[in-house]
Design a protein around this ligand. Structure first.
Ligand SMILES: Cc1ncc(COP(=O)(O)O)c(C=O)c1O
Length: 342
């Protein structure tokens, strides 16, 4: 089994600069629960990157960021409009429904994306007591299928939200990959497009663990401290989440790491498109490549280099690149695929 594989961007190690920041923070005592200088610094750095003085709160993981962030804007009779492939719908074990009480209104995605018309199509339920009341639209950027929403689409969905008293949540577990793909800064990828609540990802971009919940409208954050504590995401040794983010934001590390992962996915997509039995099934716009491969190829190659089968019946696999994916990993994977066809 190869040391590096394509299972997930959270299979990658912690970036050395993040490790060094952790080691530096690991000296002496610090006041717990976020009253430390690392949390103050990381918060200020993220606020500067996003602009508009948003409220920033750190949590342990992405599911926590999504669930707790959205919980701040929801009650039990609400609905969350999302795609059928969204992480909140498929990979959070029902946590959004359990903890917010709201119903997920999961719509068929177009290459992982929700379209403005699909949101409009849900508005008939507003004011009808028999239906969960749509309250949040949740977009994942970049999407679970490795595609990216264009800024004008996010802005259009945001306008629909504003007109209909809905909130726009963005699952930004891979927001850095999306920003790089769009060539936009983080403000231009989120706040300037009208995002209200952002789950800001760190783990897939080189941290050991840690995400941030960002509120662009302060009134939405009013009860968040209590929601986070009740939701078991208030870290007592907060400095160790925050110190990682200070490394990520210093010297544009977040951009460099996401650029590398995206570039490797491009390279992998090109390599696969030169192999006759492989078909890349979604546009490669961030750090994921989805490809249809013959079943026997999948079985043979996975014995050497691990990755996940995304859809068993159609034999579509997901190949994730991370900041540490190298040319030689891609060459090796391509060689294994070719060899398994001989
Ligand atoms: C789109 C998306 N959102 C959120 C998450 C966060 O998940 P976790 O709770 O495992 O950190 C992931 C991780 O796979 C993801 O792919």
């Amino acid at each position: 089994m190869s040391e590096r594989f394509f299972a997930s961007d959270n299979s990658a190690p912690v970036h050395p600069e993040v490790m060094s920041a952790l080691a530096r923070a690991n000296a002496g005592h610090a006041i717990s629960y976020g009253e430390d200088r690392w949390t103050t610094e990381a918060t200020a750095l993220l606020q500067r990157l996003l602009g508009g003085e948003p409220e920033v709160h750190f949590v342990y993981n992405g599911t926590g960021a999504n669930v707790l962030g959205m919980q701040s804007g929801l009650c039990g009779y609400h609905g969350i409009i999302c795609t059928d492939v969204s992480h909140i719908n498929t990979d959070e074990c029902g946590a959004p429904e359990r903890f917010t009480g709201a119903k997920l209104l999961a719509l068929p995605s177009v290459d992982g994306r929700l379209e403005p018309d699909q949101v409009l199509g849900q508005l008939h339920a507003i004011g009808v007591e028999h239906h969960s009341q749509p309250r949040i639209v949740s977009l994942t950027q970049s999407t679970e299928l490795g595609t990216v929403y264009q800024p004008e689409v996010v802005a259009e969905i945001s306008r629909i939200c504003r007109r209909n008293d809905l909130l726009l949540h963005m699952d930004g577990a891979r927001i850095a990959n999306a920003a790089v793909s769009l060539g936009c800064d983080l403000a231009g990828t989120t706040r300037e497009l009208g995002v209200d609540i952002l789950s800001f990802g760190g783990t897939k971009n080189g941290l050991m663990f840690g995400e941030a919940v960002v509120f662009f409208r302060p009134e939405l954050a009013a009860g968040f401290r209590y929601i986070r504590k009740q939701g078991m995401h208030l870290a007592s040794k907060m400095r160790f989440i925050a110190a990682q983010f200070t490394a990520l934001f210093g010297d544009d590390l977040w951009w460099r790491l996401a650029s590398k992962a995206n570039a490797m996915a491009q390279r992998l997509g090109e390599e696969l498109s030169r192999i006759p039995c492989a078909e890349v099934v979604y546009p490669v716009e961030a750090n994921a490549v989805f490809a249809r491969l013959p079943r026997e190829v999948v079985d043979a190659v996975r014995r050497e280099v691990f990755f996940y089968v995304w859809d068993e019946p159609s034999s579509v696999v997901r190949l994730m690149c991370s900041f540490d994916t190298e040319d030689e990993d891609i060459e090796r994977l391509a060689a294994l695929i070719r060899r398994s066809l001989e």
